[in-house]
Design a protein around this ligand. Structure first.
Ligand SMILES: Cc1cc2nc3c(=O)[nH]c(=O)nc-3n(C[C@H](O)[C@H](O)[C@H](O)COP(=O)(O)O)c2cc1C
Length: 156
């Protein structure tokens, strides 16, 4: 298992797709916030998902999720998957990406790297514990973020 990257660039500049579910029913959304590190002696990835996202339901109902990274040519596709909701339309079909079933979750044929994550932990980011400027900017009129931490069990 090997994945070398500049973590500060990887999410913020390159973005990713966060996906949960199975071939029959799954959903994906673009993310640009996240982290990679170590917790409880395990390699972990963490993501932050507003409670209103359709993908949120899929992560809650799944034991695994994936984080898929793409080359720059897919940036426009990721922009669309990050602005439309799977609740309202079949955004996967429009995206042109080819879903790929894994043992525990889903990714896409076009992904350069996929982190397969086993869900370990979920917690709502408590706005009371944030600096006021961040609370005002990100949460005044918007729903909370749930943080999910997953053990990275496979890198494809
Ligand atoms: C570049 C980019 C980054 C995003 N990052 C996040 C994120 O980290 N967390 C989040 O909850 N939403 C994020 N979003 C918004 C979701 O991708 C967007 O609301 C999406 O339409 C949700 O789809 P869904 O309702 O099908 O799950 C981002 C959107 C874009 C374009």
């Amino acid at each position: 298992m090997n994945f070398q990257t500049d973590i500060f660039e990887q999410y913020d500049k390159k973005w990713a797709l966060l996906t949960a579910g199975n071939k029959e029913k799954f959903n994906t959304m673009t993310i640009s916030w996240g982290g990679l590190g170590t917790l409880w002696g395990k390699p972990v990835a963490n993501v932050y998902v507003r409670t209103t996202r359709y993908t949120h339901e899929f992560i809650d109902n799944s034991d695994y999720f994936t984080i898929s990274f793409f080359s720059d040519e897919y940036k426009k596709t990721l922009a669309v998957l990050g602005s439309k909701s799977g609740r309202d339309m079949d955004k996967m079909k429009d995206s042109g990406l080819v879903p790929k079933q894994l043992e525990h979750s889903m990714t896409f044929e076009e992904a350069e790297v996929t982190l397969v994550c086993k869900k370990l932990f979920k917690q709502t980011l408590d706005v009371k514990n944030m600096p006021e400027d961040i609370r005002t900017q990100y949460y005044e009129n918007q729903p909370d973020h749930d943080m999910y931490i997953g053990e990275v069990v496979e890198i494809i």
